[in-house]
Design a protein around this ligand. Structure first.
Ligand SMILES: [Zn+2]
Length: 400
């Protein structure tokens, strides 16, 4: 059956598209999305879906025709008059001010100029919103022998622990101290040299870190080497610290358990007679008693302590990332207190009984030119208790 002949344009049976002022809802939506909800006039970029002053949400955008709806309107006589005057390509998302401005001054804003404003803006929005956050991380491992063993980390443990990030490769960047046998002063010197060299290379141009801008650090080593490692790491790139727990399917993953946050408390264990002498005891994974401190700490020293509030120090207290964050605050606050109480102190004797990540941040959070030197002691039964192992200089933070 033949179709009835068209009566007049716009009637339901007419094949001719009706020319109305009404812009289709779908076109309005696509335009707002393409514009990122912002005014497309070159240089304006105002966000149009909230009031500029009160910030109340609402639609303050206008749909401006590049070639006017009517031939008598702005740019209406253009030879580039589109077939569909309400097509997306002929519309710009504008603020009220700029809409008025271009329509009152059509000769200043010809069709080609407006088309280039529109294209420029929409290309930029598409590019900027297309940048996904970089979710890759550089997996760094510090390996040393502890009690004769060196612990390897299965890659699936790493992948799970760093999620939602992804390790950039499966082997990671390994700082290997397992070849160093003897635990004497020569060992400390060569271990520190290896750490310094390897960490410097870690940040070099063209390295993986230069691309990921993020480090996931898995370190097991004697405490003083961990503090030293902390001072070598740059504060310019984010470092996520991980620790080996004694339980859980993945012993390297931070726990997601609920429950009250770990609270730290700081106090003075002994007031010294000499304002230039200060010591700091970190009783976290174990309690350190004043009587355990070596002869280097005398009645002259003021001895500060950071310990756990309302719980006994234990090896498994540090289970969640935020509990490490809270320790960092307590540590920095205590260093600030020592600097304030002892403005001319040049070094602090440090006695750490802490989990690995806490030891690393003891070096990492030092402030060059502000914090004093740290003389780090390790508690070693074979040596009859606490012995001085290394002196940390905050000014060695050369990568900042
Ligand atoms: Zn505008």
């Amino acid at each position: 059956m033949a179709k009835a002949p068209p009566k007049h344009p716009g009637s339901p049976s007419s094949p001719v598209t009706p020319v109305g002022r009404k812009i289709k809802e779908s076109t309005r939506i696509v335009l707002a999305v393409a514009a990122g909800g912002r005014c497309e006039f070159r240089g304006c970029n105002q966000f149009l879906f909230e009031h500029p002053l009160t910030l109340k949400a609402g639609n303050y955008s206008e749909n401006a025709h590049i070639v006017a709806f009517s031939q008598e309107g702005p740019r209406g006589e253009s030879s580039a008059r589109p077939r569909d005057i309400n097509a997306l390509s002929n519309l710009m998302l504008l603020c009220k001010t700029d809409h008025t401005h271009i329509d009152k001054n059509p000769s200043d804003f010809p069709v080609d100029a407006l088309k280039s404003y529109k294209a420029e803006h929409e290309n930029r929005i598409r590019h900027v919103t297309g940048l996904a956050p970089n979710m890759r991380t550089t997996f760094v491992q510090l390996k040393a022998k502890i009690g004769g063993d060196a612990v390897g980390i299965p890659i699936h443990n790493v992948t799970e622990a760093v999620a939602p990030r992804y390790p950039s490769d499966t082997t990671g960047y390994v700082i290997n101290l397992t070849d160093l046998e003897h635990d004497d002063d020569a060992f400390v010197a060569s271990a520190e040299k290896t750490i310094a060299t390897k960490v410097r290379r870690l940040y070099e141009g063209g390295s993986d870190v230069q691309e990921t801008r993020h480090i996931s650090l898995f370190a097991l080593a004697p405490i003083h080497l961990l503090v030293y490692l902390g001072t070598r790491l740059s504060n310019k790139m984010t470092v996520d610290f991980f620790q080996l727990h004694r339980d859980g399917e993945n012993p390297w993953a931070w726990k997601k358990t609920a429950g009250p946050a770990v609270k730290y408390t700081s106090r003075v264990l002994q007031r010294g007679t000499n304002n230039l002498q200060a010591a700091l005891v970190l009783s976290l994974s174990g309690a350190i008693d004043l009587s355990q401190l070596p002869a280097q700490v005398t009645r002259q020293h003021t001895v500060y302590e950071i310990t756990l509030a309302r719980r006994t120090p234990s090896t498994d207290f540090l289970r969640r990332r935020k509990d490490l964050q809270a320790f960092r605050r307590a540590y920095r606050d205590t260093l600030a207190k020592i600097r304030k109480n002892h403005p001319r102190v040049r070094e602090i004797e440090l006695f750490p009984a802490v989990p690995a990540p806490a030891a690393i941040v003891c070096g990492y959070d030092l402030l060059p030119k502000i914090d004093p030197l740290l003389r780090v002691y390790d508690n070693d039964r074979n040596r009859g208790g606490f012995t001085l192992r290394t002196t940390i200089n905050p000014n060695d933070k050369q990568y900042d």
